[in-house]
Ligand binder design. Structure first.
Ligand SMILES: Cc1cc2nc3c(=O)[nH]c(=O)nc-3n(C[C@H](O)[C@H](O)[C@H](O)COP(=O)(O)O)c2cc1C
Length: 215
């Protein structure tokens, strides 16, 4: 008897499809052109805006960084990073390599999105502890919005990865892109089409023994 059933296969459940999409998402740093169409970028941002957020707020903003602004953005972030590397005593050749790689990622991404957090709608506390916690709520939900973009991009066969450099140089980023003072730059997402040669880093098998307890 053959193992191959002639019965039509049942379609995977909605849960199975979503779970497979979550597992399949990877940070793909090998990006090729062309840039995403404006409507595609807008639909990804619209998905980010459905992320869970504190107190029914939408404490995020996104900006597509056009090619005209890329050099200024890379230079602004690079200058801030260079000062940090210098203060850390990182040798010059190592600094140059890191900065050149970062500049290439910003300048060569087919599409580049900047994500910012804003405090609009958040509760205002006079004490530092709760004020910091409230801001953390906004940045938690920012991460959820970013994950929506990463998941949707992956499901569409696009390549994408997170770039955290703006978080370390928010004022420089805001100035380079002429953004509203209320926008707090958090991260970039580079987007494009996956280059055939790129292989993501090996991902460790999920280990609940280390990462999960019941109390
Ligand atoms: C908050 C955050 C910051 C990250 N910053 C960077 C970054 O600056 N550059 C980069 O290449 N990847 C960055 N990543 C991607 C991680 O390196 C990546 O998610 C991790 O290695 C796991 O790989 P995977 O996304 O393929 O599962 C960041 C991810 C997160 C969530």
């Amino acid at each position: 008897m053959s193992d191959e059933s002639t019965e039509p296969r049942a379609a995977p459940s909605r849960a199975a499809v979503i779970e497979a999409a979550i597992r399949a998402r990877r940070s793909v740093r090998g990006l090729e052109g062309p840039p995403l169409a404006p409507a595609e970028v807008e639909s990804l941002v619209a998905l980010a805006l459905t992320a869970p957020a504190p107190h029914h707020t939408l404490p995020w903003r996104f900006a597509e960084v056009t090619p005209a602004r890329r050099s200024a953005l890379a230079a602004a972030m690079g200058e801030a990073w260079r000062a940090d590397l210098e203060a850390d005593g990182v040798p010059r050749p190592q600094q140059e390599r890191a900065l050149a790689r970062s500049r290439r990622q910003v300048e060569e991404a087919p599409t580049l999105l900047l994500g910012c957090a804003v405090s609009e709608g958040l509760r205002v506390y006079s004490d530092e502890r709760r004020a910091r916690a409230e801001w953390t709520l906004a940045t938690h939900s920012f991460g959820a919005g970013m994950q929506n973009i990463l998941l949707a991009a992956s499901a569409r066969g696009l390549a994408a990865f997170w770039i955290s450099a703006p978080l370390y140089a928010p004022e420089a980023v805001r100035a380079a892109l002429d953004l509203d003072a209320a926008w707090q730059p958090q991260a970039l997402i580079a987007l494009g089409h996956p280059s055939a040669a790129y292989r993501p880093f090996e991902r460790p098998t999920p280990d609940l023994g280390t990462h999960f307890v019941r109390r």
